[in-house]
Design a protein around this ligand. Structure first.
Ligand code: NAP
Length: 250
């Protein structure tokens, strides 16, 4: 148990973020549960976690917008107090050919997958860094194996956004490592969540996983969540600037 610690998880209403919130609750963290559009899922998850005896605050914000991120962190401060860990999990998948790429969809994708990480990490470092009066903490960035495999069909923008996150992870680790803030990333492979509607849904993805993944199956959100909470917690005290693949060998 880890009762004194406060964590903010972005994109926690569904999929991997929801599993991370459940894992954090099992470990006794107080949780800032961010969602954007899925309010009912977020509220019912929060209720489920409160039944487990932990403190939870639901934080609606589109994390691709800096002003909303700043408001979200102020709401977190008021509800839970000092921040000890941030999971930059929120993200979207998109599939389009380069000849179809336009400003609107690139801004949307990079806003949700990349700018969000910068906006949230900025607020987290301002609170956790010993240089800024904090007591240290951890940041976990949710990348993807797409950053090194190029993604599925039409994946140049998505893969590029996750490649940006990998580089951000490394550079941020150098910047804030001596300030008590550990920074790490996870590269999930094919994980069974609704994000795969873009490529025909979860069932289609599971068929693909049988041949595309050395372990012969897709992963679960819980399998990613356990690694995320290990990276966020004290057991990973000397793990920094790392990227952990959770991809069944893919
Ligand atoms: P998911 O089931 O589609 O859930 C996405 C979550 O992100 C939702 O909670 C959604 O919130 C939130 N979100 C999206 N845009 C947001 C925004 N602008 N502001 C705030 N929240 C936002 O996806 P997932 O599979 O769990 O993916 C989670 C992360 O893992 C993503 O970064 C994804 O790229 C990465 N990943 C997933 C896989 C995979 O196979 N599933 C593989 C590699 C990497 P609302 O519904 O409330 O809007």
């Amino acid at each position: 148990m880890n009762p004194a610690k406060n964590i903010l998880i972005t994109g926690a209403s569904r999929g991997i973020g929801q599993a991370i919130a459940r894992q954090a609750a099992q470990q006794g963290w107080s949780i800032g549960l961010n969602y954007n559009q899925s309010q009912s899922q977020a509220l019912s998850l929060a209720e489920e976690l409160r039944q487990m005896g932990v403190k939870v605050v639901c934080l609606q914000a589109d994390v691709s917008q800096q002003s909303e991120v700043q408001r979200m962190f102020r709401e977190f401060d008021e509800a839970l107090g000092p921040l000890h860990a941030l999971i930059n999990n929120a993200g979207i998948l998109a599939s389009f050919l380069i000849t179809e790429a336009d400003e609107t969809q690139l801004n949307r994708l990079y806003g949700a997958n990349v700018f969000s990480a910068y906006y949230c990490a900025r607020e987290a470092v301002l609170r956790m860094s010993t240089t800024h009066g904090g007591s240290g903490g951890a940041i976990v960035n949710m990348s993807s194996v797409a950053s090194r495999l190029g993604g599925l069909s039409g994946g140049s923008a998505y893969a590029g956004s996750k490649g940006a996150l990998d580089s951000f992870n490394l550079a941020l680790a150098k910047e804030v490592g001596a300030q008590g803030v550990r920074v790490n990333a996870i590269r999930p492979g094919l994980i069974a969540t609704d994000i795969h509607y873009v490529h025909g849904g979860i069932d289609q993805m599971k068929i693909m996983a049988k041949t595309a993944v050395p372990m012969g199956r897709s992963g679960t959100a819980e399998e990613v969540a356990k690694v995320a909470m290990w990276l966020a917690g004290p057991e990973a005290s000397y793990v920094h600037g790392s990227i952990v693949d959770v991809a069944g060998g893919r």
